[in-house]
Each structure stands twice: as C-alpha cells, then as structure tokens.
Design a protein around this ligand. Structure first.
Ligand SMILES: *[C@@H]1O[C@H](CO)[C@@H](O)[C@H](O)[C@H]1NC(C)=O
Ligand SMILES: *[C@@H]1O[C@H](CO)[C@@H](O)[C@H](O)[C@H]1NC(C)=O
Length: 184
C-alpha cells in the first residue's frame, strides 16, 4: 500500500506504450524479412515434410529474391494451382466412375474442393490486405477441405486413383504456407 496511484498508472502507460511500439515494430519488420538459406531452413524445419519443403522452396529461383510476405504469396499460388488441378482430376474421375459409391464420393470431394477454391482465393485476398492471422485461418480452412475429401475414403471401397497422393502433396504445400503465415 501507499504508492502514488497517478505515478503508478503513468508507469503502466509508459510500459504499455513501449510494449505496443515493440509489437508494431515486430509486426512491420517480419513481412519484409529477406529470404536467405537460413530462413528457408527455419521454415522447412517447422513444416511436416521438410524434404518436400526444401525441394519446393529451393527449386524456385524467386525464393532468394523475395521477402517473407512474397514467399507466402508464391506458396499459396502453388497450392492454388494444385487445388485447381486436383479439382479437374476429381471431376474427370467422377464422370468416368462406374461404381455409384465411388462416383458419390468423388462428387462429395468436388464439393469440398469448391470450398477449397473459395478459401484459397480468400487467403490470397487476406494476404494482400496484410491480414496475416486471417491468411492463416483461410489456409487452415483449405487444409480442412482437403482432409474432408480424404475422410470420404475411410471405409471401402478404396480409391483406385492418384487422388490420395495429390491430396497429400497439396496438404504438404498448404503446411508450408501455414508455417510462413505464422511467421508474418
Ligand atoms: C514428403 O514428400 C515427398 C514428395 O512428395 C514424398 O515422397 C514423401 O513420402 C513425403 N514424406 C513424408 C514423411 O510424408
Ligand atoms: C503441386 O505443387 C507442387 C509443388 O509446387 C508441384 O511440384 C506439382 O507439380 C503440383 N501438382 C499439380 C498437379 O499441379
């Protein structure tokens, strides 16, 4: 007891201002971090398939010329390409399926992929607005959509196509985007 309440509250205010200044400096600095091999290693060591991650990031010549925000954009664009090619594969599988049970599951996957298409567009829009938590949430939603497609195949009949492998590659790509958007 016995402290000066006015002094105390001004000390708290100064601390809050310092804390907030520190946080905003942090938030402004991160997206413009240049990508070096150390940064690539840091990103990939956090991803679920680090050899896949190293391969994807190191095989793109743009990686060493961009910053963290631009790298997020590049990896989300990759995922977007994968979403659209997987969606085409699913539509083709559905139109050729003779087993009605398989056809029904491909059609359900097509619905999940429609959601994924919208969510990945939204992720890019959030990224361009500088809303990094929103980017992360939207990319997570795409991940869930792909998982929902995988869930369709929990019981027989098994999927005779390459879809499961493609879903897995897409999830590995989305995971890289998640790691990067978490760092932003
Ligand atoms: C990592 O990705 C590569 C390339 O897609 C794949 O061959 C490998 O099986 C994956 N590893 C794991 C642990 O998922
Ligand atoms: C998905 O993305 C990966 C990594 O960029 C690429 O190697 C692969 O060819 C893509 N697959 C499709 C079907 O677009």
């Amino acid at each position: 007891m016995g402290g000066d309440p006015a002094l105390c509250s001004s000390v708290v205010s100064v601390l809050l201002i310092l804390l907030c200044a520190g946080l905003s400096l942090h938030a402004n600095a991160r997206p413009s971090i240049k990508i070096t091999s150390t940064v690539v290693d840091q990103i990939c060591s956090k991803s679920i398939n680090s050899s896949f991650c190293l391969n994807v990031l190191n095989s793109d010549p743009r990686t060493r010329t961009v910053d963290l925000k631009q790298l997020a954009q590049i990896t989300i664009n990759y995922a977007q390409t994968n979403v659209s090619s997987n969606q085409k594969l699913i539509q083709s599988l559905s139109s050729h399926a003779t087993d009605p049970k398989l056809k029904e599951r491909y059609d359900d996957c097509a619905d999940h992929y429609d959601e994924a298409t919208g969510n990945i567009e939204y992720a890019l829009e959030r990224l361009n607005s500088g809303d990094f938590p929103g980017t992360n949430i939207a990319v997570s939603a795409v991940f869930t959509d792909v998982d929902d497609c995988e869930e369709e195949w929990k019981t027989p009949p098994a999927d005779p196509s390459q879809l499961s492998t493609k879903n897995k590659d897409l999830k590995d790509l989305l995971d890289i985007s998640l790691v990067i958007s978490n760092l932003l």
